[in-house]
Ligand binder design. Sequence first.
Ligand SMILES: Nc1ncnc2c1ncn2[C@@H]1O[C@H](COP(=O)(O)OP(=O)(O)OP(=O)(O)O)[C@@H](O)[C@H]1O
Length: 326
Amino acid sequence: MTDPLPAPLADLLPEAVRKRLSSGRLSDGVATLVLDASGLDAAGREGLEGAVRTALAGAADVSEVRVAMTADRAVPRARRIIAVGSGKGGVGKSTLSANLAIGLLRLGLKVGLVDADIYGPSQPRLLANEGKKPEAHDSKLFPVPSPWGVPVLSMGHLVEPGRAIAWRGPMASGALGQLVDAEWGDVDVLVLDLPPGTGDVQLTMVQKHKPVGVVIVSTPQDLALIDATRAMNFFEQAHVPVIGMVENMSGYVCPHCGESSDPFGHGGAEAVAHAEEVPFLGHIPLDLSIRQDSDAGKPPAATDSPQGKAFLAIARKVAAWLEQTA
Ligand SMILES: Nc1ncnc2c1ncn2[C@@H]1O[C@H](COP(=O)(O)OP(=O)(O)OP(=O)(O)O)[C@@H](O)[C@H]1O
């Protein structure tokens, strides 16, 4: 760091400012300071600038103070992992993971997606990069780009489609670890689509990769709710905070007659969330277009359709949670 700011002036600056000073100069009474504002939010930047102005107010030879801030991306913030889990299979965990990732991306975050669902990896299809292989350099994997802007790594990218994976726990955990520890570049938030249930693979994943929080997906059905409650307890015991619960396949509107019915019930997951004192993040309706668009590799959250808005509302709550816990 060069600091041609005259020493008496630099000495006036408080320590918090001095350690962020990238360069400074005084020319014709104008003091110009460039500060590294990495990791600071708007209030932090304002506070820093205020501290400079207060320190240099009335200083001899200074008629004007100019402050410029830079954010040094060479010092990235720690990448945060959000897990998406469910007590049982088939409740829409992968669908939610894909759409949550897209939703967070639309909210301005840099997002990647790891499909750790060894038993039924579906992210390559959901995000339309099926059949592509990740590159590997120096034994590190490089995520596969998707047309939606979210890079993905999935077991489905590593094995041939349709081939069952019959790995035992430690092998599966090792392979899954490589997906998480890949070259994610400037990705800030990694959405981790876990295998359904609460077994060894899930436990190893959360212990090793320490997600900052987990979103639990359930249908409103009684049996699914019992499993969802078990999943919640599992994550709490593993010290992973529950960001909240999502009720999927909640209420069905017939595309022909418009009549609404509740094949799996309605509101059950919300009631469980209240009983367990975890936030409720929202309902996603059971909707034929969600299945069709998902199968076609067109995640609803990329659109402003009513279905897309339902996913975006959930992404907004998750983003707010991340902001609060930053
Ligand atoms: N809200 C919804 N409306 C209609 N279909 C849905 C909805 N959510 C998920 N589906 C469909 O249900 C099926 C299962 O969803 P998904 O694969 O996301 O579940 P999962 O919990 O990840 O299952 P698995 O345990 O197999 O990984 C898929 O065909 C998906 O398109």
